[in-house]
Design a binder for this molecule. Structure first.
Ligand SMILES: Cc1cc2nc3c(=O)[nH]c(=O)nc-3n(C[C@H](O)[C@H](O)[C@H](O)COP(=O)(O)OP(=O)(O)OC[C@H]3O[C@@H](n4cnc5c(N)ncnc54)[C@H](O)[C@@H]3O)c2cc1C
Length: 478
């Protein structure tokens, strides 16, 4: 008997480990729920809820293939190896098949499992599935990993122009497996696994924003490729336009695969990398940013241990300013574009990429607060929270990472707001207190009239002097 272990890859189509397990013989599926570990990793409630909802769909989809699903709850990963071993012995498993996960704790956990299973003559087969190219395979002429996106992207383009990765075939229905009590467990809902949680249960309205199911993800992808991707290069930076794919949440828990995205993107060129428009190319570049940060996480594991990529930036003296941090978290900084973004995050579990950059730079530069506090807050609230992309995004904005923004190029959030939300529509959506202000005033309500009476805070920091303070803090590093 083969065991297919689902992790951040909750789908039955185009799935490396499922395909291989199925080729090897009759399969049972496994998922491990680790509520305490997820919290240690700052996974957002909305993301966990999304995961559990998708798991219900996966269980049904597997049933239709006659593959029963075992659901184990093992709060912390350190306890997984022994529990997996007894499960394998109980069900007479010859091999566990799983896709590789790239975080340090994940790799350590899987190495321990491998070690224990091998001693007991059970194979543990791991497959590359999450990235376009296997991690560790994109190297420069000196066989070293790339540290700069441009050069990394060039090599990816070269590889993709030779051939695009193909999707795995759909697996067939297997012969039914005799019933067992381990197969009977229902997928829990969020409040089952966090009964004491003081957090609110995710509302139905929020859940409706993020519908689950592979078919739903394909519909979103098809719709985006058919109608939006050609405008992506000109529209993607404007947060009031619904012009990005919103697929990160689906990619990150694996409802959708990266290969499916590439195949959809190049559908009209019969699976060859030929661009019909600029939007297509820029969207591919975004998928490659995702790829880049996954490879960085693998090659430089320190980034997942709370260390900056650029080690000299450890010397920066960050401000200890809990009140400012709280104002930023709650969307009460008095800088409308920042507050709009932070409120969008709290309300929907998602924030537009341009605004993520503005909010992250504001925290790490204007407020000079440690980027790691912002990274954790984003992770605790994003439905698409992903260690590699979140860390990469934060370190880029804080000028501590690969390819990072030079420390002296600090976004002015007001100019960004005037440029990318010219009429203030995005701000109006999220900050009703100032929605009556006109397009000139809304970006900095108190600029012309500091005495204006509004139910909205004044800026908690002066943008000019705080910019200079950040430059000073970074300047001394070099
Ligand atoms: C401070 C900060 C934190 C971020 N945290 C995350 C995170 O936790 N998880 C996450 O998936 N992305 C993160 N991003 C990247 C980006 O903001 C999101 O991927 C994007 O906004 C998701 O929306 P979308 O699916 O509509 O993207 P689209 O614009 O449609 O892009 C397509 C896909 O490309 C990938 N992508 C796009 N931009 C980036 C990028 N800059 N870095 C890595 N991958 C990218 C995503 O998988 C995305 O779904 C972060 C960016 C910043 C600046």
């Amino acid at each position: 008997m083969q065991l297919i272990w689902f992790k951040q890859d909750l789908r039955i189509h185009d799935h490396a480990a499922l395909w291989q397990a199925h080729q090897a013989g009759s399969c049972i599926a496994l998922v491990v729920l680790s509520p305490e570990q997820w919290k240690l990793h700052n996974d957002a409630d909305i993301k966990i809820d999304f995961y559990l909802r998708q798991l219900q769909q996966l269980k049904i989809a597997l049933q239709q293939k006659n593959i029963p699903l075992i659901i184990l709850t093992i709060p912390l990963w350190k306890d997984i190896p022994n529990k997996l071993l007894s499960l394998c012995q109980h069900h007479n498993i010859q091999a566990i098949h799983a896709n590789i996960e790239l975080g340090v704790n994940e790799l350590k956990r899987d190495a321990q499992i491998q070690n224990l299973l091998e001693k007991n003559n059970i194979r543990f087969e791991l497959y590359h599935d999450r990235t376009i190219s296997p991690v560790g395979s994109i190297r420069n002429k000196s066989e070293l990993p790339y540290q700069v996106f441009g050069a990394f992207k060039k090599q990816c383009y070269e590889k993709l122009s030779i051939s695009l990765p193909q999707c795995y075939p759909t697996i067939e229905v297997q012969n039914a497996i005799p019933q067992h009590k381990d197969f009977a467990k229902e997928v829990p809902i969020f409040s089952d696994i966090y009964p004491d949680s003081e957090e609110k249960v995710i509302s139905e309205n929020t859940q409706n924003l993020w519908q689950i199911g592979e078919h739903h993800a394909w519909e979103l992808l098809d719709e985006f490729i058919a109608n939006q991707v050609e405008h992506y290069h000109t529209e993607r930076d404007f947060p009031n336009l619904n012009s990005t794919s919103k697929l990160a949440a689906y990619l990150n828990i694996g409802i959708l695969s990266i290969r499916q995205c590439l195949q959809a993107l190049f559908r009209h060129s019969h699976g060859y990398m030929e661009f019909e428009n600029n939007g297509q190319q820029i969207w591919l570049d975004e998928l490659l940013w995702r790829e880049f940060y996954q490879h960085i996480l693998f090659d430089y594991p320190r980034v997942s241990k709370n260390l900056p990529f650029k080690l000299d930036t450890q010397r920066i003296v960050w401000r200890n300013a809990p009140e400012d941090l709280h104002a930023w978290q709650q969307g009460q900084t008095g800088i409308p574009i920042v507050d709009a973004g932070m409120r969008q995050l709290l309300a929907t579990g998602w924030m537009h990429n341009r605004v993520r950059m503005i909010c992250a730079m504001f925290l790490s530069k204007n407020l000079l607060i440690d980027w790691r506090l912002g990274e954790a807050w984003f992770m605790q609230h994003l439905i698409d929270g992903d260690l590699a992309a979140n860390n990469g995004g934060w370190q880029w904005c804080a000028s501590t990472g690969t390819d990072a923004a030079p420390y002296f190029r600090i976004f002015n959030p007001v100019s960004q707001s005037q440029k990318f939300d010219e009429n203030g529509d995005y701000i109006r959506l999220w900050i009703p207190e100032i929605s009556h202000l006109d397009a000139k005033q809304i970006h900095e309500p108190y600029a012309k009239n500091p005495q204006l009476k509004l139910d909205y805070p004044k800026p908690i920091v002066d943008l000019k002097s705080s910019r200079m303070r950040a430059i000073e803090a970074f300047k001394h590093l070099s």
